[in-house]
Design a protein around this ligand. Structure first.
Ligand code: 6PG
Length: 244
């Protein structure tokens, strides 16, 4: 599993736009003998990437969309990742409704939602199948998806689990895909921007001993970090620039 490839962009907008182009290219170039599947994260960072992706050339009719993680709230809730991605991307592209697989947060408990989502991932992707592309973010504490520091990082035999977020999080009950599912996925793009992420980027990319979830989550073929100058910080001088 190759180590992360960081790319440095002059602004958050440039990083998001480049991310949309690279996600679209990865989806176009994927083999057609396995499901074409995109995993999307929530939070405040990726919406510009999703909006730009809606204008890219993507085989929407073939694409299956899953959520990397979800807060256990209704899709009408302003904290819902489903709501965020539908508004920024899915409502603007010709993707068949049956190909959109939100976490079933209408079920009675977060555990029931995680179990149902695990089954959906297996039904569509296969028991060992992964995503074509995973779009990930990183929290200031080093979490990614809803895999938080101090929580188990490995969930062998599972494709999705129920995890408790820290008390400081917008919603405590989370459903997340597992590190194992991302490891079975072809390409992961971390989109990380803003001054507040500078410390965690350095800890994840410049400390080979880091045990932070965002440092330990990798895709099978390629893991790319898309950074703006603020998030890259002093480590940025060591990062590749696009096209070089
Ligand atoms: C969520 C996201 C989460 C996100 C990080 C970073 O549900 O919050 O899926 O994994 O990627 O928390 O969030 P920001 O982009 O808001 O910094």
């Amino acid at each position: 599993m190759p180590s992360p490839t960081p790319f440095l962009y002059d602004s958050a907008a440039a990083a998001a736009h480049a991310g949309a182009q690279q996600v679209a290219e990865a989806l176009r170039e994927a083999p057609d003998d396995v499901p074409l599947a995109l995993g999307v994260s929530g939070g405040s960072t990726p919406a510009p990437l999703y909006r730009a992706l809606a204008d890219e050339d993507v085989p929407w009719h073939r694409l299956q969309v899953f959520w990397i993680d979800e807060r256990f709230v209704p899709p009408t809730d302003e904290r819902s990742n489903e709501r965020l991605v539908r508004e920024a991307l899915l409502n603007r592209v010709p993707i068949p409704a049956a190909n959109i697989h939100p976490v079933p947060t209408h079920l009675p408990t977060a555990q029931a939602a995680a179990d149902a989502y695990d089954a959906t991932l297996r039904r569509v992707l296969g028991d060992q199948g992964g995503l074509t592309v995973a779009v990930l973010g990183v929290g200031e504490d080093g979490h990614t998806a809803s895999l938080f520091p101090g929580q188990p990082l490995d969930h062998p035999g599972r494709r999705a689990v129920h995890t408790p977020a820290p008390d400081t999080s917008p919603v405590r009950d989370r459903i997340t895909v597992t590190r194992e599912l991302i490891a079975d996925s072809s390409t992961a793009f971390f989109l990380v921007t803003g001054m507040k992420k500078q410390d965690i980027v350095e800890r994840c990319l410049c400390d080979v001993e880091s045990m932070l979830p965002a440092a330990k989550v990798h895709a099978r073929d390629e893991t790319i970090w898309l950074l703006d100058r603020e998030a890259a910080g002093p480590c940025g001088v060591a990062l590749k620039r696009p096209g070089l």
